[in-house]
Write a protein that binds this ligand. Structure first.
Ligand SMILES: [Zn+2]
Ligand SMILES: [Zn+2]
Length: 274
């Protein structure tokens, strides 16, 4: 019923090398344009560098693709520790946005320092140079540490690093992630003139959680975001099968929200590492 609500030539969720993706913004635009996409957005984690570079490139190169500025914010709420919120059509020069992003980068740097020290204390001799080499130092997060540990041969894959170390070591888990509240993120995106969209709702499902129980919990969470003024739901995402997507689109329709589609592309090797 909803399959025609959003065309397949729209991809509003792509990560570049300005966060944990493996392609440069220019490579993304060239590739998505040649695949026939009509509208795309680069949505890097807590940063607008990729969007900025992409926008300049589209203007310079004369691509006819519709390039929407974007970002993917980490946020937290009483109901969930980790809610990703996409911001679209934001003014990249907005002062409040840029001020908040510098603060978020400071928090991230502090946390990375603690993760780095802990990983080394646990016996893995990684260096700061290796971390910077992953993407030119433009972004460091858990996936960056994972990649270095794989490159060093300590683990066989990025998923394995998460399973055996990053998600299971009590020392690493105890390193607090300081994030903005979901309410503040929605407000900030609006202040920057943009639309706020809840990213991949199905990823809110906890390991082993009963699907029916999850769906009712998710509805409560989405209602709360609606209360904060969220503008849309990313109904079409690899984490949602067609039944999930149509359930989400029904919800969005009832609430008068935008329905979006995103591939959450990170790289050819491993589409999702984060
Ligand atoms: Zn996400
Ligand atoms: Zn993402």
């Amino acid at each position: 019923m909803h399959s025609n609500m959003i065309p397949e030539d729209v991809d509003l969720h792509i990560h570049s090398r300005f966060s944990d993706g493996e392609l440069e913004p220019e490579e993304i635009i060239d590739r998505w344009a040649s695949l026939g996409y009509r509208m795309i957005a680069i949505t890097d984690h807590d940063g607008i560098g990729g969007s900025k570079k992409g926008l300049e490139y589209v203007r310079r190169s004369g691509h006819s693709i519709c390039f929407v500025t974007g970002i993917e914010f980490d946020s937290s709420d009483e109901l969930s520790e980790e809610i990703h919120i996409l911001g679209y059509n934001i003014d990249l020069e907005n002062e409040a946005l840029n001020r908040t992003l510098s603060k978020v980068i400071e928090w991230r740097n502090e946390r990375n320092r603690k993760i780095f020290d802990t990983i080394r204390r646990l016996g893995y001799s990684i260096t700061e140079e290796e971390l910077r080499a992953v993407n030119g130092g433009r972004f460091t997060g858990k996936p960056t540490f994972a990649r270095v540990l794989v490159n060093r041969g300590y683990f066989g894959s990025i998923a394995e690093v998460f399973e055996k170390l990053l998600e299971t070591s009590s020392e690493i888990r105890s390193i607090v992630k300081h994030t903005l509240s979901s309410e503040a993120v929605v407000r900030l995106i609006h202040e920057a003139g943009g639309a706020a969209v809840m990213a991949h709702p199905m990823e809110q499902m906890r390991r082993g959680e009963d699907k029916t129980a999850f769906m009712s919990r998710l509805k409560v969470l989405m209602d709360r975001l609606v209360g904060y003024g969220i503008d849309g739901i990313e109904c079409y995402h690899p984490s949602a099968d067609s039944e999930d997507a149509s359930w989400l689109a029904d919800y969005a329709e009832q609430k008068g929200l935008l329905v979006t589609r995103g591939s959450d592309f990170h790289s050819d090797r491993n589409k999702r590492v984060y």
